[in-house]
Write a protein that binds this ligand. Structure first.
Ligand code: PEP
Ligand code: MG
Length: 747
């Protein structure tokens, strides 16, 4: 018997780490612990109960010695039985003849009857209550005071590991209750990030990413050859996806599947799997094991860009398993699916696009976030809804995503489907809408207005041309930077800007310089930890700090626009000084290029007005800049101190707030006073409810997502300028949100 040898067990790390090998699931891992403990304590029973806060009960999760059917079925309230008591009072309870204790509770049918001695010890990590570990023996008065001490030491040694296992089991359990929650959810109201309506089956990607283990469990035994075949097939699939994206999205293609393809070429990765296989492990298990190792390794590094890599590793693992076993979790990736995710990176959105996703539901991110903006360019309907239950929807649940009203209908009725699609057909009736497009857009009374396009991807040019945009009012130059794995070179940028300019021949093209930071994180740049990224190294601050990056971009713009009507726009200008510094760098670049005998232009330089500090200094900024562009997405965020990507404060994000309306008026007045062009390029520029106000305060230039242009033409034709001026004056007198909301018809 080993009981004299306890001290060895406590220190024996190799024995503990052995527990992890060949434990295909967390449950079996706990099971191995119980076997180890009974062996060392020379007793017949060891059971692990885990505490579940939401139910406030202890659930038997592993046992050696009791009937296996008791697992998951024996549940104790806190204080119930000796196990519940040990947990409640946070102390060991030891009984030599357990039935003598009136608190003892016998569960019939689990095979507990023969056991006399009982020892329960709470599993604690500091103040954190994890559960209880119990050992039992057939012999009476079996456990000595020394045993209690040793068993406590073992339990505390295992506490953190058991806690992690508990966490993973909880995640798995949550996934298993999907159908119940799916039945509860009928309609979820969210916010529309990208318009459209689709009816499709749902797939929760957050679950999918952790479902690699699950797939391996389902897998039938396969051979080493199957594994090699799967590697080849996976690589072919990824190459194919990469090719598709290069054809469709030239500007942001940037080898977004490279990381996955590289992994399949990585000898370290493949050899590790093969080694397991050659040691007799079933190939799917071997893949799960090694993928798990990589995920852990990446996860342990704090660098933010590794979040992306973890996705890649899991994705490779998933594909390998699917190809090896023929067990496909989803047909053709995301084709015809509505993807539900907690959050997504812009690169994830592109991956989903290339995998033919039909719609996206995000739990966080905000309707004006940049993933939403990108989804618009990719024509993927997207709704943001802060409803965690959505993550529990069973795969394949039918979802009607009404990304116009911001509604998610779960298992919708035929009637609802018909209503939404009838409306959608009308909304998308291009022939009808195109009738409103005029070459020279104007209000009802004939006041000319400039309607330009916001471009995020080169692909947006098609709609911009089709809907007769007067030019490009805002090109968000950061998207090619966001998708790549390193800063694009001057040449690469020049090619993209050139294509953009050539896409709008003879028309004004406004290129905004890099606006990264906030919700637009460059995976290859180490920002360090920023508590408040929207108040951090964002936009022009980034460019002024990293002048090499800024200079490269400005040179590319100046070269690309040498013969065009180019304008350069600086985002997030907070002071005259900042504008002058940015302007100085452009002048130096012009000088440098001229010295190199390159063809360059001398573009007008504009400031984006999106900070309260810029509004306060607007006279001076208007005097200094050649033109102004109002970015209301950010202006609202910073003026009202409401994070534009935080769903929890989304109801406080109010573009019609009196402060916002007055700030807009102040900016337009300054532009008029200094004779400078002013346009508006935030999302409200495309909102028909705001249009009369914006016209009424003097805005004559709008830049909107190209797909909204026909609607804007249509609304414009209905507005009488004189009336708009009067209603704007009325709105500017208001001090309450409630009133502006009523007057603008937003209620
Ligand atoms: C804005 O802030 O309104 C804007 C147009 O810029 P972005 O949405 O890219 O921050
Ligand atoms: Mg902005």
């Amino acid at each position: 018997m080993f009981r004299g040898d306890h001290a060895k067990l406590i220190c024996d790390v190799s024995e503990l780490s052995g527990l992890f090998h060949d434990a295909p699931s967390m449950e079996s891992f706990l099971q191995k612990i119980t076997a180890m403990v009974t062996h060392h304590m020379a007793c017949e029973v060891c059971s692990i109960y885990l505490y579940y806060e939401d139910q406030n009960e202890l659930v038997l999760k592993a046992t050696k010695g009791l009937h296996p059917s008791s697992i998951g079925n024996v549940k104790l309230k806190i204080g119930e039985g000796l196990t519940g008591l040990a947990f409640k009072e946070k102390r060991p309870i030891c009984e030599g003849q357990v039935r003598d204790n009136p608190n003892f509770r016998l569960f019939p049918g689990i095979g507990e009857e023969p056991f006399e001695s009982f020892l329960a010890v709470p599993i604690l990590r500091g103040a954190v209550e994890i559960g209880v570990m119990v050992i039992q023996s057939e012999k009476k008065n079996y456990f000595s005071p020394e045993d209690i001490q040793i068993f406590r030491a073992i339990t505390s040694q295992l506490a953190t590991t058991i806690e992690t296992a508990k966490l993973l089991i909880t995640l798995n359990d949550q996934r298993q209750v999907k159908p119940v929650l799916a039945a509860d959810l009928k309609l979820v109201k969210g916010r529309c990030g990208s318009q459209g309506a689709v009816l499709a089956e749902a797939i929760v990607v957050d679950a999918l990413l952790t479902d690699v283990e699950h797939l391996a469990k389902l897998a039938r035994p396969v051979s080493e050859e199957d594994f090699y075949r799967a590697v080849e097939e996976t690589e072919n699939q990824l190459q194919q996806l990469q090719k598709q994206i290069e054809t469709n999205l030239f500007d942001v293609s940037a080898l977004i599947f490279t990381a996955q393809i590289l992994m399949l070429k990585d000898k370290g990765f493949l050899d590790a799997i093969v080694k397991f296989i050659q040691n007799g492990v079933n190939p799917p298990q071997a893949v799960v094991h090694v993928v798990g190792e990589y995920v852990r390794k990446f996860g342990a590094i704090t660098d933010s860009y590794l979040r992306d890599k973890i996705y890649d590793v899991k994705d490779v693992g998933r594909r390998l398993l699917e190809n090896m076993t023929g067990l496909s979790h989803h047909h053709n990736d995301f084709e015809n699916r509505v993807v539900i995710a907690r959050e997504l990176l812009p690169s994830d959105a592109l991956k989903l696009f290339s995998q033919k996703v039909k719609g996206i539901i995000l739990l966080s991110g905000g309707a004006t976030s940049h993933v939403s903006i990108l989804a618009r360019s990719l024509n993927i309907p997207l709704v943001v809804a802060d409803e965690p239950g959505l993550l529990s929807l069973a795969e394949g649940t039918r979802v009607l995503l009404d990304a116009v009203m911001g509604c998610i209908h779960i298992n919708p009725s035929e009637d609802t489907i018909k209503k939404v699609f009838d409306r959608e057909d009308l909304r998308k009736d291009l022939d009808h809408l195109k009738k409103f497009i005029r070459l020279r857009p104007h209000t009802k009374d004939g006041t000319p207005v400039q309607l330009m396009a916001n471009i995020n991807l080169l692909g947006d040019l098609k709609a911009a041309c089709e809907f007769k945009a007067d030019g490009i009012g805002l090109y968000r130059s950061e998207f090619p930077f966001l998708i790549r794995s390193s800063f694009p070179s001057e040449e690469e940028q020049c090619v993209i800007y050139r294509r953009l300019i050539e896409g709008m021949p003879g028309k004004e093209t406004t290129l905004r310089t890099l606006d990264v930071g906030g919700d637009k994180i460059l995976s290859y740049y180490d920002y360090g930890h920023e508590e408040n990224p929207f108040l951090g190294l964002r936009s022009i601050r980034f460019s002024l700090k990293h002048q090499d990056v800024f200079i490269t971009q400005i040179r590319a713009m100046l070269r690309a626009g040498h013969d065009a009507r180019l304008r350069i726009l600086f985002p997030m200008i907070s002071s005259v000084d900042e504008f002058q510094r940015a302007k100085g760098i452009v002048q130096e670049c012009i000088y440098g290029l001229e010295q190199e005998k390159q063809k360059v232009c001398h573009p007008p330089l504009g400031a984006m007005v999106e900070l309260p500090s810029a509004v306060e200094l607007i006279d001076e900024i208007a005097d200094e800049a050649d033109f102004l562009s109002i970015g209301t997405n950010d202006l609202v965020q910073y003026l009202l101190a409401v994070d534009r990507t935080n769903e929890r404060v989304a109801d406080l994000y109010l573009p019609h707030h009196p402060s916002v309306l007055r700030a807009l008026k102040k900016v337009v007045d300054a532009a008029i006073k200094y004779g400078k062009d002013v346009s508006i390029c935030g999302d409200i520029a495309a909102d028909s409810k705001f249009l009369p106000f914006l016209l009424g305060i003097g805005i004559r230039s709008f830049s909107v997502d190209a797909r909204y242009l026909p609607k804007l033409h249509q609304h414009l034709a209905d507005i009488d300028l004189h009336q708009a001026e009067q209603s704007a004056a009325q709105l500017l007198k208001q001090s309450k949100v409630e009133r502006t909301s009523q007057l603008m018809g937003l209620e």
